[in-house]
Ligand binder design. Structure first.
Ligand code: GLU
Length: 330
């Protein structure tokens, strides 16, 4: 078990951390609540028993249990990274004219815009994410997609691909997202070709990753934008605060407030059943388990993160503000 060195400063032995993950995995693998997402027909085919937990520290140590190599589509977790790219392309001030930073308290797919500004509320809900993705620069659809794939390469450290079946499945059924895009076009919040913006959004959601990748991507954000495995920069350091702030306030659908209160770290979940969580300057956490609760968050994922936060004292406003330290080496 992790040992409390003194109040507000937790020293974690590496072999203990692996056994913490193993204990959590065996404790929650029998939890049978929730249902896999089925509104995108292709997602309904996933095995609900898949379950993995992975931690990558900012100095590149990796701890993982379960099906951490199992591939799945990243879905909404992609919104975090597309937001970073839009910020790099246009700067904070311009992006703020197109998408706000206010939590909605509503479902991820609500068709709502801010009454006064007509902006979507934030980049972590679908409307805001579609507006964000429409900002990604490129001379045509292929160049824009390649820029998104290159971005994921920097965060994961390897080439990534789009799952064509999931992409086409969502493209042919994503009528709510299409309705949101038209609403935003009406208010001038999107100005490029709507079908191109939607295609790129559906493609970024269909990017294939595994749980290990989620933890590496999270660790890159924890490490001020530098991938701790490759040593290469994935995103401009100045935008880490913007990305983590919207994750903290808006990243967990309409559970974001309760998550901030109980778990207390920036995170983003997706209807794939993934959760990516960031402990700034410490580690990235990835959890994958497809069955979702009523708000769209992975049931096992939420429980695991609650316990990890408690056991490792990760809450930003407890234990000295996430001052847990993992000793390097075994
Ligand atoms: N591609 C999904 C959609 O737009 C992502 C939803 C999610 O993971 O929250 O509906």
């Amino acid at each position: 078990m992790a040992k409390q060195a003194n109040s507000g400063d937790l020293e974690i032995n590496p072999s203990s951390l692996l056994s913490v993950l193993q204990d959590l995995h065996s404790k929650y693998k029998s939890l049978q609540e929730g249902a896999v997402a089925n509104y995108i027909p292709e997602l309904a085919k996933v095995n609900p028993d898949l379950f993995s937990i992975c931690i990558v520290t900012v100095d590149g140590q990796v701890y993982e249990v379960g099906d951490y190599q199992q591939l799945f589509t990243i879905q909404s977790i992609s919104k975090v990274f597309a937001y970073g790219l839009a910020l790099e392309d246009h700067g904070r001030d311009y992006v703020l004219t197109r998408v706000g930073v206010e939590p909605t308290g509503d479902a991820f797919n609500s068709i709502i815009l801010d009454e006064q500004s007509k902006r979507p509320y934030n980049p972590m809900v679908n409307a805001g994410a579609i507006a964000t993705t429409s900002l990604i620069k490129g001379t045509g659809a292929t160049e824009r997609l390649n820029r998104v794939l290159d971005m994921f390469h920097r965060y994961t450290g390897h080439d990534v691909f789009v799952d064509i079946s999931v992409f086409t499945s969502e493209r042919s059924t994503g009528h709510r997202n299409r309705a949101m895009a038209h609403l935003m076009l009406n208010f001038g919040m999107i100005d490029q070709n709507i079908e191109q913006a939607l295609d790129l959004y559906f493609q970024q959601c269909a990017v294939i990753v595994n749980c290990h990748d989620l933890a590496v991507m999270a660790a890159t954000l924890a490490n001020k934008g530098v991938n701790p495995i490759t040593g290469k920069r994935a995103v401009d350091h100045q935008y880490i605060k913007d990305i983590l702030s919207v994750m903290y306030t808006c990243g967990m659908y309409n559970f974001a407030g309760e998550w901030a209160y109980t778990v207390g770290i920036p995170a983003k979940s997706g209807v794939c059943g993934g959760i990516l969580a960031v402990v700034p300057n410490q580690m990235g956490i990835g959890v994958f388990s497809p069955p979702l609760d009523a708000r769209g968050n992975s049931v096992r994922g939420v429980e695991v993160c609650k316990e990890l936060s408690q056991q490792l004292c990760l809450h930003m406003f407890a234990c000295g503000g996430g001052s847990s330290k993992i000793e390097s080496g075994e």
